[in-house]
Design a protein around this ligand. Structure first.
Ligand SMILES: C[S@@+](CC[C@H](N)C(=O)[O-])C[C@H]1O[C@@H](n2cnc3c(N)ncnc32)[C@H](O)[C@@H]1O
Length: 194
């Protein structure tokens, strides 16, 4: 995969953002069922670490956050689309343990090493610099933070996913390749600094 120039990255990002803004109101109708299958497969892993600070990167309309409202700890959703975030706000915005922030996954507005869990479903296929985005998610996780990422199967091969993880100081705990899911789901952990 060729690394894009700075200008190409911005063009790509602006085009993707415009697509999400335009498609926001149709999103749940089109994808709720599909996304919920991915969450059902992943929630047991996420619940193992409940109680701390969780970041949902590219939280979209807040469907995953809604599934986790009952658990202890604080949930933070970040998304660069104001339209998607507006729908998330309607869905989960009044919950006491949820914060929603408009921001870019490639330059997260958080200090390093603060989150116990960093999750991202079906966002990484649409970032112009995948290694940078993974690195940024690892940066905001504390040592040994759980990092759960899903990748649209048709956009990337498993060996490429695994290569990026190795490059980005994450250790792989589980690679989920279920036939009924449109994404690979990777459960990893941020490596502890020595
Ligand atoms: C396919 S949707 C997935 C939404 C949600 N994670 C879900 O499970 O339904 C991708 C989301 O990621 C957001 N997104 C894409 N690139 C982003 C970036 N660089 N920074 C923040 N959000 C981004 C989009 O606005 C969109 O809401």
């Amino acid at each position: 995969m060729r690394r894009l120039t700075e200008e190409e990255r911005w063009t790509y990002k602006k085009r993707a953002l415009a697509g999400y803004e335009a498609g926001s109101t149709a999103y749940d109708g089109l994808y709720l069922e599909e996304q919920e299958r991915k969450y059902r497969r992943s929630l047991a892993y996420l619940h193992q670490r409940a109680g701390g600070l969780l970041l949902d990167c590219g939280c979209g309309t807040g469907m995953l956050l809604a599934q986790m409202l009952g658990r202890s700890g604080v949930l933070v959703g970040v998304d660069y689309s104001k339209a998607m975030l507006g729908l998330a706000r309607r869905r989960v915005g009044t919950a006491a343990n949820v914060g929603l922030i408009c921001g870019d996954a490639e330059c997260l507005p958080f200090r390093s090493g603060v989150f116990d869990q960093v999750v991202s479903f079906t966002m990484l296929g649409n970032v112009p610099d995948l290694p940078a985005a993974i690195q940024e998610m690892a940066r905001v996780g504390r040592d040994s933070a759980q990092i759960l990422l899903s990748f649209v199967k048709k956009n990337i091969e498993p060996d490429e996913v695994l290569r990026f993880l190795n490059e980005e100081s994450l250790s792989l705990k589980e690679f989920i390749d279920d036939i009924d899911l449109s994404d690979w789901i990777v459960i990893g952990e941020k490596k502890t600094r020595t």
